[in-house]
Design a protein around this ligand. Structure first.
Ligand SMILES: O=c1ccn([C@@H]2O[C@H](COP(=O)(O)OP(=O)(O)O[C@H]3O[C@H](CO)[C@@H](O)[C@H](O)[C@H]3O)[C@@H](O)[C@H]2O)c(=O)[nH]1
Length: 464
């Protein structure tokens, strides 16, 4: 067990600013805890709109502080685009005030780690004499594809010709393996703008921190590192699920949703090992009514036990009689303690939208996947799950954009039922689990990068 390093009064102070969505808060919070365990003072900024769902003050060895994002405590935006607009209007000023407040203390801010889709933070930091670096919550491969999209070239040609995509250090890709926003903004112009802004000042950043690990994406990490100071520091999963060096790091600890923990765990305890399909589409995805119905009946057809997360906002899409008809087989909850669920011996398979956190969590805990991607980076993650890491199967989408109940049944059966394919997937899952733990353990590739980052910050402090 690693001892937490003693923090002195003069420890370098790092600010961390994620976008307030669960899939961005979790990895940046976890990275903050790691930095604190290595002796840095870390302040994680959480927007006022998240209200009481975020703890404040000194928690998990870091400091958590509200920052005004244009919304009163607990006030919610109507749409993502509206939120982005108001956030952009308010946060630059709130952040400047916060940095100035700290500059008059014993622990002025030395470095700002910002969500990679908020690159303007770097310009602001530099104008105040502070260095900074983006934190990427998506894979290196996905970021490389966004980069190629901006460059035009081979990706543009392949998209025009509707041919296979061949790019340096990436596997050959079909058009439906690309991140959805590469095809255009669709009805998300705000999100599209944020995604492609990631490169606006990337050459100015002194560190590019990444929630991935070298072994997982070695070729593309090397290719990206030939252009920028890329540092994989993941998987950013609570230590007790990985290297177990930080005894009190057992859960993320901040949730915008209320998990039905006891219900989930009791129900899982009552099931046979490896018999349950855990189904979750993360914090944002919204399936159509028809797709939800197909998913529901597909789960029933699979004959496996299922634990299905259907967020409150999606509940009305579940067919009316479904819960009663399947009461013997399944449990539907509005949010789960996902890591605990994935670590439970009864879970044999994770049916996922392939959000990057969910994918990395399953990979790190050795849980085989059925990949049913929806948008943004998820199709590319699904491609890697099925064909590169080979830790699951990817669902085939029909001509009309729908996934049928038969296809859902087929994929679950392939991953869960006895057979060669299941055994291959299980063996690969075990392999990646070991590699993920090694990357974060003492001397592992990500651990070394974190140590190097901390040493750089501390040495700068001494030089002054
Ligand atoms: O019942 C649940 C469901 C999810 N989670 C957690 O919530 C997070 C969800 O993150 P993720 O799997 O990445 O999905 P999204 O919430 O959809 O994340 C957004 O952000 C990710 C990181 O950029 C992207 O990869 C996704 O495509 C994007 O939708 C994970 O840590 C899960 O463990 C729970 O704790 N309980």
């Amino acid at each position: 067990m690693e001892m937490r390093k003693q923090r002195t009064g003069s420890a370098s102070h790092v600010l961390v600013l994620p976008l307030p969505i669960q899939g961005h808060i979790n990895p940046m919070l976890q990275f903050s805890k790691r930095l604190a365990s290595k002796g840095l003072k870390v302040t994680l900024l959480t927007p006022t709109s998240t209200g009481n769902s975020m703890p404040q003050g000194n928690v998990f060895s870091i400091n958590i502080e509200h920052i005004f994002d244009g919304y009163k405590e607990g006030e919610r935006a109507a749409t993502a685009d509206e939120y982005i607009e108001r956030f952009m209007g308010a946060v630059p000023l709130s952040l400047t005030e916060l940095i100035e407040k700290y500059s008059a203390t014993q622990t002025p801010v030395k470095f700002i780690i910002y969500d990679s889709i908020l690159p303007w933070v770097l310009d602001l930091a530099k104008s105040l004499g502070i260095e900074g670096g983006p934190f990427f919550t998506q894979t290196c491969a996905v970021t490389a594809l966004y980069y190629h999209k901006l460059q035009g070239g081979a990706l543009k040609t392949a998209m025009e010709e509707k041919s296979l995509v061949s790019l340096p250090s990436l596997p050959q890709l079909e058009l439906n393996d690309l991140p959805s926003l590469v095809h255009g903004p669709g009805s998300y112009p705000g999100v599209y703008g944020l995604i492609f802004s990631q490169f606006s000042n990337i050459d100015e950043a002194s560190w590019l921190l990444w929630n991935t690990f070298n072994e997982l994406e070695d070729e593309i990490v090397d290719w990206m590192a030939s252009k920028w100071p890329v540092k994989p520091i993941g998987p950013t999963i609570p230590s007790m699920f990985l290297d177990k060096r930080l005894e009190d790091d057992k859960e993320y600890g901040i949730s915008l949703f209320n998990p039905n923990s006891e219900t989930c765990m009791k129900w899982l305890d009552s099931k046979e090992p490896g018999s349950v399909v855990y189904v979750s589409f993360g914090s944002l995805a919204a399936l159509t009514d028809d797709q939800m119905a197909e998913l529901a009946w597909g789960l029933k057809r699979s004959n496996a036990h299922f634990l299905w997360v259907v967020r409150e906002s999606e509940k009305q899409k579940v067919p009316a009689n479904f819960a009663e008809e399947t009461a013997e087989m399944g449990l539907i909850v509005t949010w789960s303690p996902q890591l605990e669920v994935l670590a439970h011996k009864s879970v044999g398979c994770f049916m996922t939208h392939c959000g990057w956190n969910s994918t990395l969590e399953a990979l790190s805990l050795g849980v085989p996947m059925v990949a049913m991607p929806q948008w943004t980076d998820q199709p590319t993650n699904a491609k890697f799950v099925a064909d590169v890491w080979q830790v699951g199967v990817r669902i085939k989408v029909g001509e009309n954009g729908m996934v049928t109940r038969e296809e859902i049944e087929r994929c679950i059966t392939e991953v869960m039922m006895d057979g060669e394919r299941r055994d291959e997937i299980r063996t690969n899952s075990e392999k990646w689990k070991k590699l993920a733990i090694m990357a974060m353990d003492e001397g592992g590739s990500s651990d070394k990068n974190i140590e190097e980052f901390v040493a750089k910050l501390e040495s700068k402090q001494q030089l002054q």
